[in-house]
Ligand binder design. Structure first.
Ligand code: MSP
Length: 513
């Protein structure tokens, strides 16, 4: 049977400049997608833009643009962000596309057919910025203005005719599902939050709006547009050519293996989305992983605090591998994490330049100088060499399981330790001393260390693809050979081909830079 893996990021509101939170969500998902490819899975990694709704309509008006024209422009900015972040997404969906429109209409019709939609009137609080309805106990007063307690966004009073989804009828089924599938919502703390929310009893959900027009019209009632979250969530199956459930993409990839999201949009993904799917008689995704919030110097990033770290500026100055590595090393996935320029520089110097980068640089310059730039062939490894290599090989099943459970920080810590140990092995083995007396021993040491650089590079490849691809290409490991299986495979190094030149992988950053 084919091994398929479907992973998604939230599709972005194309309403402003991409920021660090966008970058983080995408990079995390990209790392998992790349890792599954290393495990030889057939991966579908989806991202895109969420273009309908009042927030986008307002933003377009502010910019004196027609909403479609506005979305075309900003969606392109997000599409180019995928290149800048070096994302390996296989598709980029826009909710203004025809394929998505068809899929949303089918969901709506299924919910009508199942008797889960009725017409009534909504009166309550709405945040345009969050595109979310809030109950009285979820808002508070802030200097005379009403805001959402959870997000701090302004809310306004809305009274309008609306179609409702009978969410209340699904509480019991949802709770049963959470219980039966204990890893459906991760991390555990988020699951508890969701379970508590559903246990309180769910209210029916308004799923159409009449006070603006920028959205997918409700079938047979053109005064209404479909609520943007019902529209947006459906993107995950639109990209699989739903409503054609016989389509090979749908068959291979639905239900999704994991939706990676930020904690602010947990309720939409872990409560509303599964309820819509249950009502539409469609399978539920296997996992929702809610990551934490990126803070700057322990505070939410904001213009007024002047603490915004712009991902594009950082990438221009320090490089994309550097930002990818730093974000996922520094922030414990699932928790909020504070980032700062100072720590970014330390991390680049300590983990990338001095550790992995230095290891590659010194080993390959030694080989260039002493071995005609060729990896020695037919070496006789001794027990120390073998043990050193086995240590990493033995940990591969554990590393795979860490990645499959989204325990990214533990994974990185383990791999970085191998890189540190590899530097130590090289120092302790002193090939520069044995080379005269015992060239055979030197050959064994060099072969062993290159073998370990190969293994570490494969393991770091999902996180820092640019640097590791340079190293792996240099030792002639490319394409299908960049795979977890090849960690066990000594033989692929034995080609004895002349190596290329290795440019500096990571430059050390001076602190005033
Ligand atoms: N359009 C919705 C998602 C619809 S999915 C069917 C949306 N878009 S967003 O552009 O506002 O946010 C995209 C992602 O960025 C979300 O996962 C959100 O949690 C994440 N982040 C936005 N700011 C963030 C931080 N400061 N830190 C970490 N991630 C945060 O929500």
């Amino acid at each position: 049977m084919d091994k398929n893996f479907y992973i998604t990021t939230p599709i972005y509101y194309p309403s402003g400049k991409p920021h660090m939170g966008h970058a983080y969500s995408s990079i995390v998902a990209d790392i998992f997608a790349r890792f599954k490819r290393l495990e030889n899975y057939n991966v579908l990694f989806l991202t895109g833009t969420d273009e309908h709704g009042q927030k986008i309509e307002k933003e377009a008006k502010k910019n004196n643009k027609d909403p479609k024209q506005f979305c075309d422009e900003i969606s392109e900015t997000f599409r180019s962000l995928t290149k800048i972040l070096n994302l390996s997404n296989d598709d980029f969906i826009r909710t203004t596309e025809k394929r998505h429109h068809n899929s949303v209409i089918e969901i709506w019709n299924r919910l009508i057919k199942s008797g889960d939609i009725y017409l009534d009137k909504y009166s309550g609080w709405y945040s345009v910025s969050d595109e979310a309805f809030y109950d009285e106990d979820e808002i508070e007063d802030n200097n005379g203005k009403k805001i959402s307690k959870s997000s701090g966004s302004a809310v306004e009073w809305v009274e309008e005719e609306s179609y409702f989804f009978k969410l209340s009828a699904w509480s019991k089924k949802l709770l049963e599902f959470y219980k039966k599938n204990p890893n459906f919502i991760l991390p555990e703390s988020r699951k508890n939050e969701v379970v508590k929310f559903v246990e309180k009893g769910l209210k029916d959900l308004s799923i159409s709006r009449t006070s603006f027009t920028w959205g997918i019209p409700v079938p047979k009632d053109k005064n209404h547009v479909i609520y943007v979250w019902l529209d947006a969530l459906t993107n995950y199956i639109s990209a699989l050519n739903f409503p054609n459930t016989e389509d090979v993409k749908y068959k291979n990839f639905w239900p999704a293996d994991v939706h990676i999201i930020g904690k602010d949009i947990l309720r939409f993904h872990a409560v509303f989305w599964p309820a819509f799917l249950l009502a539409a008689n469609l399978p539920l995704p296997k996992r929702i992983f809610g990551h934490g919030w990126i803070l700057s110097d322990d505070k939410k990033m904001s213009k007024s605090l002047g603490n915004i770290l712009d991902p594009l500026e950082i990438i221009n100055k320090y490089g994309i591998d550097q930002l990818r590595y730093y974000l996922v090393k520094e922030v414990s996935l699932g928790n909020d994490g504070s980032i700062s320029l100072e720590n970014l520089k330390n991390c680049i110097n300590n983990d990338l330049a001095n550790n992995y980068g230095n290891l590659c640089q010194r080993v390959f310059s030694f080989i260039k100088k002493n071995c005609d730039n060729k990896i020695p062939s037919n070496p006789k490894l001794n027990d120390t060499d073998q043990k050193f290599l086995d240590n990493l090989k033995k940990s591969v099943p554990k590393l795979i399981s860490l990645m499959n459970n989204q325990e990214l920080n533990e994974y990185i810590k383990t791999v970085v330790k191998f890189s540190f140990d590899a530097n130590k092995y090289f120092n302790d083995s002193e090939p520069w001393i044995v080379k005269k007396k015992n060239p055979e021993r030197m050959n064994a040491i060099l072969f062993t260390i290159v073998e370990q650089i190969k293994n570490i590079s494969i393991l770091l490849n999902p996180i820092i693809p640019n640097a590791t691809n340079k190293v792996l290409t240099m030792i002639n490991i490319v394409g299908k050979n960049i795979s977890i299986d090849k960690i066990k495979d000594h033989n692929i190094l034995k080609s004895n081909k002349e190596l290329g030149n290795l440019e500096i992988l990571f430059t050390k950053i001076e602190h005033d830079n």
